[in-house]
Structures are given as C-alpha cells and as structure tokens.
Design a protein around this ligand. Sequence first.
Ligand SMILES: NC(=O)c1ccc[n+]([C@@H]2O[C@H](COP(=O)([O-])OP(=O)(O)OC[C@H]3O[C@@H](n4cnc5c(N)ncnc54)[C@H](O)[C@@H]3O)[C@@H](O)[C@H]2O)c1
Length: 255
Amino acid sequence: MAKGHKDKVAVITGAANGIGQAFAKRLAEDGVHVAIVDVVDGKATVKMVEAAGRQALAVNCDVSSEASVTAMATEVQGKFGHVDIVVNCAGIFPQKNFPEMTFADWRKVLSVNLDGTFLVTAAFVPGMRARKWGRVVNMASSTLGSVVTGFAHYVASKGGIVGFTRALATDLAPDGVTVNAIAPGLTRSPGTLVREPRPGFKTMDDEFASVAQMQAIKRVEVPEDLVGAVSFLTSDDAAFMTGQTLNVDGGRVRS
Ligand SMILES: NC(=O)c1ccc[n+]([C@@H]2O[C@H](COP(=O)([O-])OP(=O)(O)OC[C@H]3O[C@@H](n4cnc5c(N)ncnc54)[C@H](O)[C@@H]3O)[C@@H](O)[C@H]2O)c1
C-alpha cells in the first residue's frame, strides 16, 4: 500500500476501460475508494474496486460538458463527502491528417482531452485546497515528443495538458495540492486496438511492434505498465514533486 492512500477518495475519468481502469484497480489495491467517471458503463471497474475491498461509484459523465461534470461532482460528493485525488484519464485519439482535419474535429479532441481535464480538476480542487491535501494527475502522451502523423489536434491537446500541469502546480502548491502528468508511449488498450493503424502499417499489431522497437525496453506497453506511476504520484511520497511530466514509455522519449 502506498503511503497516505488508506481511505482516500479518487475520481478517475475514463476509468471504464484501458489505462483508467488499470489505475482504478491499482489505487483500490492501495486502499483508495474510487469514483469511476465515463461516458460508457463502468460496472466492470466497479467490480474490480470492490474486489479490492474499497467502495466504488460509477458515474456516467461527459467530461467535455460543464453541466455533466457539475452533476457528476454533486453525485460523487454525495456518496463520498469529499475527493482527495483526481486522475484525468478520459481521452480520445481519432486520427485525421491535417488538410482533411476540420475545425469540428479539432474542437472535439480539444474539448474532451483539454477542456475535460480543466472542468474535472476545477470541480474538485476547491475541496482539496480547503483540506490542504490533494493530488491531480493528468494524461500527457509520448506523441508530444515523437514523430507522428495524423494527430495534430491530439498532440496539441496533450501539449496543452503539459502546460496546464506546469502552471497549475504553482497556483496550488501553497495548499498542499500537487499536479503532475504521466506520458505513456503507445499502449495496447481498447482505444488503440480499435483505431486505424497509421499510414505504413497494415494492422495495429504491426504498429505496436514497430513502436516497441523504438523503445529501450522492446516490448509492447500495456496499461499495467503505468499503474506504478499513478500510485506514486498520488501518494504522500510524491509530496515534493509537482508540475512534472513523467515519461512511462519503455525509454522511448528522453526529456
Ligand atoms: N493508449 C495509448 O497508447 C495512450 C498513449 C498516450 C496517452 N494516452 C492517454 O491515456 C488516456 C487513456 O487512454 P486509453 O488508451 O486507456 O483509451 P481508451 O479509449 O481505452 O479509454 C478511454 C476511456 O475514456 C472514455 N471517454 C472518452 N470520451 C469521454 C468523455 N467525453 N467523457 C468521459 N469519458 C470519456 C472512454 O469511454 C474510455 O472508457 C487518454 O487520455 C489517452 O490520450 C493513451
């Protein structure tokens, strides 16, 4: 169990699947109660959290909608009373090359990935400040430091998240609230398994294998590779670390 986790309450967005689900399972094993926030059914994750002996609540919420986030926050506060940890993991990554990318495509990605991170953080930070303890973890991406095609909107959203993480860390530090980000490499998740492979690759398995060869650790990344980082960043042990982006990508990006 990570230091300081017992009976803390976390809100994890995008926790019905993939990386967010792995985060929920790990934080529950660490002793944290978890609100699973997603646009799709979160029952499977509820079962994982309860199997770890922690309380769980699944809330249907579109993080890009202020009204939906406000309603979610009311429901979560009603169940748990307060929230100590926010992990902003909900994200979308539709591929579109730049000349074909419309303003609607751009706005959609920015609204889920970047506006959603702002809205959910803003909903819970006041309570954290009042209690003088809080942890915010945002999701960046190794694509910010790599050569990728068809993801200008996505990479822009992740650049925004890194900037938000750095700047917000300064504002919240006086009240014991840290803000950090995790930058995964290409990770085998339900979201990446169903997306179109990038040009030059026939299948996603080809793309996974090719990216693995660019890493120092030459195997395909899976959500479980990321859970140690979220456990640490939300613990008492990370109290003196804020505004940082941790690359967890098998050693592909060095920054
Ligand atoms: N998988 C990767 O290769 C990879 C790499 C770098 C960063 N990331 C980031 O990690 C995060 C999780 O990715 P993943 O691979 O687990 O994706 P995923 O598609 O497997 O899961 C994402 C979850 O977010 C939910 N979601 C989507 N839009 C939402 C919305 N508007 N409101 C609430 N929930 C919403 C989905 O329903 C889904 O359950 C994302 O922020 C992604 O950008 C992933």
